[in-house]
Write a protein that binds this ligand. Sequence first.
Ligand code: CU
Length: 103
Amino acid sequence: MKANNMHPLAKLLVIALFPIAAAIAGESQTAVMDLQNIHCYACLNTVKKALRNVPGVEETKLDIDKKTATVKFDPAKTNTAALVQATVKAGFPSTLRKHPDNR
Ligand SMILES: [Cu+2]
């Protein structure tokens, strides 16, 4: 009886721990950021370069129409706060759209 009651809780625990386990395993995460001040491809390139200079960033995809940056990164080396900070430093403040843990 007791084991049956614990089962859903154990399941929840597995779901809660999954992002942490993924980070330990070195699995890449993806963050989507909304960019401000983007007016042309030169702006986009500046942001792209800034993001690529962040250690741990594996892939960047920038969209001029949506004004978004999609960044694939190694969570063991960097985090979303560092990614946002890199765009801010480049002169293009950004806000995180999708947290990688909210998959
Ligand atoms: Cu521009």
